[in-house]
Design a protein around this ligand. Structure first.
Ligand code: SF4
Ligand code: SF4
Length: 307
């Protein structure tokens, strides 16, 4: 049995990707499971989906805890704490990233396992005009791990997308699969980490002061954050696709950003606004909206953490 964990953001099609691969497996007479694990129901928030494939009936019904493959649909999720949690010793990471795998490994301090990258967002934009990376990431996955024939996947995408999308969009997605299949880049050999284990994200690449992770079993029903003092336990910073940047020279210290921030992410020092807490800022943009002098502005989140 092979287990895949898909990491994406709401709206990027991770759940659809998990389902499409499973449906293609059915075409080949294989056994499968595909299911999502939603976090907050919000476009742009991180979510995971899982696919299990096997030659015999699958009798495990839990979440995938020790995946063989991790597929990352959004480059900003490469900085997410715990991204490679449970990945098997000979596991693979296939990431949407516009550079070679070595760049990500160096920049983020990922070590061990095998790493593959493909510029899936660009391929998607060029093939069907939307940065929805799910279909190109399926193409990359098929090349990295020839678990299914490309023909089965193309047939499944053609048939299921034809029910929802215009012919041009369907053809664009098929082209995106084929392009990503050709363009994905892999490391030639494994790079073992110091302990032979896949490190998660290094000190340099991680968000400073990582909070203790809360598992789904510990999360209150309804995903509630039960009180202000508990906010520190919830790493809402990993939802972010845009980040606020503070210009201290323009800031007039009016505290409006601090007052309105829903995540208590504005940092004060000696009663002055000095910055934004990376771990808890979810990138909602309210601080920039409220700032009366435009001292706070929103910029695109980048995988290397620079503004
Ligand atoms: S974008 Fe601004 S208001 Fe929103 S969470 Fe981050 S710091 Fe707070
Ligand atoms: S709202 Fe703008 S001016 Fe006021 S403290 Fe925040 S960044 Fe400074």
């Amino acid at each position: 049995m092979l287990e895949i964990r898909w990491h994406g953001r709401g709206g990027q099609g991770a759940v659809t990707a998990a389902r499409l691969v499973a449906a293609a497996a059915l075409r080949e007479g294989k056994c499968f499971q595909a299911f999502p694990e939603y976090g907050p129901e919000r476009r742009g928030a991180p979510l995971m989906a899982y696919t299990r494939l096997g030659e015999r009936p699958i009798t495990v019904f839990s979440q995938v805890r020790e995946p063989d493959v991790i597929v990352v649909l959004d480059p900003t999720l490469l900085r997410e704490p715990g991204l490679t949690r449970g990945l098997k010793a000979d596991g693979l990471v296939v990431a949407n990233f516009p550079g070679p795998p070595e760049t990500v490994r160096r920049g983020l301090g990922l070590t061990g396992r095998r790493f593959w990258t493909v510029d899936a967002s660009r391929i998607a934009m060029e093939c069907f005009g939307k940065a929805v990376s799910n279909t190109p990431m399926i193409g990359a996955l098929l090349r990295v791990l020839p678990l299914l024939s490309v023909e089965s996947v193309l047939a499944e995408v053609r048939e299921s997308f034809a029910r929802e999308f215009a012919p041009g969009v369907v053809e664009g997605n098929l082209r995106a699969i084929e392009r990503a299949y050709r363009e994905v880049q892999g490391e030639e050999e494994r790079v073992a980490g110091p302990s032979g284990q896949m490190a998660e994200v290094s000190e340099a690449g991680s968000m400073e002061g990582r909070a203790e992770e809360t598992s789904w079993e510990e999360t209150p029903w309804g995903g509630l954050i039960p009180g202000a003092p508990t906010a520190g336990r919830y790493v809402t910073g990993n939802w972010r696709t845009r980040r606020p940047v503070l210009d201290l020279e323009t800031c007039i210290q009016c505290y409006l950003c601090w007052l309105f921030c829903p995540d208590t992410a504005i940092q004060l020092k000696e009663a002055r606004v000095v910055g934004v807490h990376e771990l808890h800022c979810k990138g909602c943009g309210i601080c920039a909206m409220e700032c009366p002098v435009f001292a706070m502005r929103m910029v695109e989140e980048r995988p290397d953490g620079r503004a």
